[in-house]
Design a binder for this molecule. Structure first.
Ligand code: ATP
Ligand code: MG
Length: 408
C-alpha cells in the first residue's frame, strides 16, 4: 500500500515521540481497492493534547471526539486518538467517548469490516475482523453483532446501503436481516445525517440501490413523503447513473415525477440546503416541457433558467428524453447546436445584457415604478425574438422614448 509522504511523515513523527499511529478506515479500504482515497485519516495512541504539542500547525476539529487536524504542506490530516464509544443513549450520540491505548479497541468500534483496517509502514496491514476477505468477496458486514451495531447507531443501516451502492458490494445476510429489524430506530437519527447518506447513495455508481432502502422497510422511518414520491423501480432509477454526479441533478432525477413545489417540500423536510432545493424545484417543474428547436424559443428558456442550470436542464432532458416525448432526443440534438450558436453569437438573453437599463429609461423621461419594469421586460421579449434589435437608440424608440425626450 502506498501512503502519501505527508501522512507517512505524521505517523513517523508520532512514532518518534513514542506513540503508535496508523492510517485507518476509508483510506485503507479505498487504496486496497486500487482507488485514490479522498482523504487520509490517522488513528493514534497519542491524546489530542499530545498531538497538538508535537505538530506546529493544528486545528481543533473535534477535540471532544479526539480529533485534531494536522496541517502539512497546506493539506489537512485528521488525527484521532484511539477511542471506544461509550454506550449510545439514544441511538444517536455515544453518551461518552473514552480514549484507549489499544488499536484493536478502536477498530472494534467501527461500522464495517472493510472500514476497520489500519496500516502503517512498520507493521503493514492490521486486519482483525476479516476486512480484506470481505473486500475480496465484495461484502458489507458489520464488525461483531449487526443487531448491536445498528442498535448503537441506526445511521449505520444507511451507511451499509450507501457503501453497497458505492462499491457495488453485497450486504451479508446477518447484516441485511438486522437492517429490517433495527430500521425503526432510524426515526431517532437526525434528518441531516440521513440526507448526507442518501445523497452519497444517489451520487454513487448504483443509485438504483435506493430501492433497497424501501425493500428493507427502512424507508418508512426515514421520510415517507420522499419514498412515496420518488421513482423506485430499478428501471426508473438506473438512468440516474447517466446524469452527472451532481447532487441536485440526482435528487431531481429521483423526484422527477413530482410537482416542483412538492419536491422542494420533501427536500426541506430532509433538511436539504436551499441551493439544492431551489435547483431541484426548477428542474423538476421544467423538464417535462419540450423545447422547440428554434432560436427565439431557446433564448426564452435561457432567459427563464439561470446560467448553468440551462445546461443541466438539457442534460436532464437528454437522459429522460423518452419520457419527455417520442423523438425528443432528435429535437434535443438540434436544440443543443442552436444553443451553442446563440452563445457563440453572444445573443443577449437576460436583462443585464439588454442595451438599455432602468436608468436609461428614466433619463429618457420615464417615471420610476412598475411600468418601468414592464417596459424593460417587453424590450427583453423583443430582443429574445430578434437579438439584432439590442441597440440603445432602437430600444428607446421602441419604448416610445427618443434620445432622452419622451415622444408625444
Ligand atoms: P467516505 O469518506 O468515502 O464516505 P469513509 O469510510 O471514510 O468513507 P467516513 O464517514 O469518512 O467514511 O468515516 C471514516 C471512518 O470512521 C469509517 O471508515 C469508519 O471506520 C468510521 N465510521 C464513520 N462513521 C461511523 C459510524 N456511524 N459508526 C461506526 N464507525 C464509523
Ligand atoms: Mg472519509
Amino acid at each position: 500500500m502506498r501512503v502519501p509522504a505527508d501522512a507517512e511523515q505524521i505517523i513517523e513523527k508520532l512514532n518518534e515521540h513514542g506513540f503508535e499511529a496508523y492510517v485507518v478506515g476509508g483510506c485503507v479500504r479505498d487504496s486496497l481497492l486500487g482507488k485514490e482515497p479522498e482523504d487520509w485519516d490517522i488513528t493514534t495512541s497519542a491524546k489530542p493534547g499530545e498531538v497538538k504539542a508535537i505538530f506546529s500547525r493544528t486545528i481543533d476539529t473535534g477535540i471532544q471526539h479526539g480529533t485534531v487536524t494536522v496541517m502539512l504542506n497546506r493539506q489537512g490530516y485528521e488525527v484521532t486518538t484511539y477511542r471506544v464509544d461509550g454506550e449510545y443513549e439514544d441511538g444517536r450520540h455515544p453518551k461518552s467517548v473514552d480514549f484507549t491505548t489499544s488499536l484493536l479497541e478502536d477498530l472494534k468500534r467501527r461500522d464495517f469490516t472493510i472500514n476497520a483496517m489500519a496500516y502503517n509502514g512498520r507493521e503493514g496491514l492490521v486486519d482483525a475482523f476479516g476486512g480484506m476477505e470481505d473486500l475480496e468477496n465484495r461484502v458489507i458486514r458489520c464488525v461483531g453483532s449487526a443487531v448491536n451495531r445498528f442498535t448503537e447507531d441506526a445511521l449505520r443501516i444507511l451507511r451499509a446501503v450507501r457503501f453497497s451502492a458505492q462499491l457495488d458490494f453485497r450486504i451479508e445476510d446477518e447484516t441485511y436481516e438486522a437492517i429490517s429489524l433495527i430500521a425503526p430506530n432510524l426515526e431517532k437519527v437526525s434528518k441531516e445525517r440521513i440526507a448526507t447518506e442518501l445523497t452519497k447513495l444517489l451520487l454513487s455508481g448504483h443509485p438504483e440501490k435506493m430501492k433497497r432502502v424501501s425493500d428493507t422497510g427502512a424507508s418508512r422511518y426515514i421520510s415517507e413523503p420522499f419514498f412515496k414520491a420518488a421513482v423506485l423501480s430499478k428501471g426508473e432509477l438506473r438512468p440516474l447513473g447517466c446524469l452527472p454526479a451532481v447532487k441536485y441533478m440526482r435528487w431531481a432525477g429521483c423526484l422527477r415525477r413530482e410537482q416542483g413545489e412538492t419536491a422542494a417540500d420533501i427536500l426541506r423536510d430532509l433538511k436539504m440546503d436551499c441551493d439544492t432545493m431551489d435547483r431541484v424545484k426548477i428542474l423538476v417543474s421544467r423538464w417535462r416541457t419540450p423545447i422547440a428547436a428554434e432560436k427565439p424559443a431557446i433564448r426564452r428558456v435561457m432567459n427563464q433558467i439561470p446560467g448553468d442550470l440551462f445546461d443541466s436542464l438539457l442534460c436532464f432532458q437528454e437522459v429522460f428524453a423518452g419520457e419527455v416525448g417520442e423523438g425528443y432526443g432528435e429535437t434535443l440534438k438540434m436544440v443543443k447546436t442552436l444553443a451553442e450558436e446563440i452563445r457563440e453569437a453572444g445573443d443577449p438573453v437576460n436583462l443585464k445584457e439588454l442595451a438599455v437599463d432602468g436608468r436609461d429609461l428614466m433619463a429618457a423621461g420615464m417615471n420610476p415604478g412598475p411600468a418601468l419594469g414592464k417596459t424593460l421586460n417587453a424590450l427583453m421579449e423583443q430582443v429574445l425574438e430578434r437579438p439584432e434589435c439590442n441597440e440603445r437608440a432602437y430600444l428607446l424608440r421602441a419604448a416610445g422614448l427618443k434620445n432622452g425626450i419622451k415622444e408625444s
